[in-house]
Ligand binder design. Structure first.
Ligand code: AMP
Length: 182
């Protein structure tokens, strides 16, 4: 990945800190490993700062993080913007009453759940994950929030794989990403 002349130097550093692992977890997948970003405190801080700069004046009342890597980036954004954090989890992890959204994966199905009562009608939500590929996961997350009457202001990811056209599945909902990977 090259650095462009006008690129925010923080973005250049974030890009360089992400390790790409070919054929993980299965052949053909170029896995974008953000654990190496977490090993670089400046890149991790820059990532959170860039999101906070964008959302601090947007009246976000809830940051919804998607299991598992949305749990790394979501909470610091919630703390810095004064929003609450709500985890969207895989099935059978949340102990209270839940609502569920199933979605299709490349192979098979998956499901996200949210605690009933965690988000109220009329709240302004930001959905956070590490990466958008086909967009199915973000779509399920938005459906959960919209079913309880929340307004999804935007989805935010560190990485977009634009070749998979996940953005097109978001029904026009804005998506903000820091880096693209091809
Ligand atoms: P999707 O629903 O297809 O947009 O997939 C997004 C979810 O799958 C995110 O939670 C990502 O963490 C994970 N994911 C999909 N593809 C990759 C990839 N190439 N590298 C890392 N994570 C991925």
């Amino acid at each position: 990945m090259s650095a462009y002349k006008d690129e925010d130097p923080r973005v250049t550093r974030i890009k360089r800190s992400i390790r790409v692992v070919p054929d993980f977890p299965k052949p053909g997948i170029m896995f974008q490993d953000i654990t190496t970003l977490l090993l670089d405190p400046q890149a991790f801080k820059d990532t959170v700062d860039m999101f906070v700069e964008r959302y601090k004046d947007k009246n976000i009342s809830v940051v919804a993080g998607i299991e598992a890597r949305g749990f790394i980036f979501g909470p610091p954004i919630a703390l810095a913007t004064g929003a609450k954090f709500v985890p969207l989890r895989k099935p059978k992890k949340l102990p209270g009453e839940v609502i569920s959204e199933e979605y299709i994966l490349e192979y098979g199905r998956d499901c996200l759940q949210m605690h009933v009562g965690a988000v109220k009608a009329g709240e302004r939500a930001l959905v956070v994950d590490d990466l958008i590929a086909t967009g199915g996961t973000l779509c399920a997350a938005m459906n959960l929030l919209e079913r309880v009457g929340a307004h999804v202001v935007e989805c935010a990811c560190v990485i977009e794989l634009p070749d998979l056209k996940g953005r097109e599945r978001l029904n026009g909902k804005p998506l903000y990403v820091l880096v693209e990977s091809h």
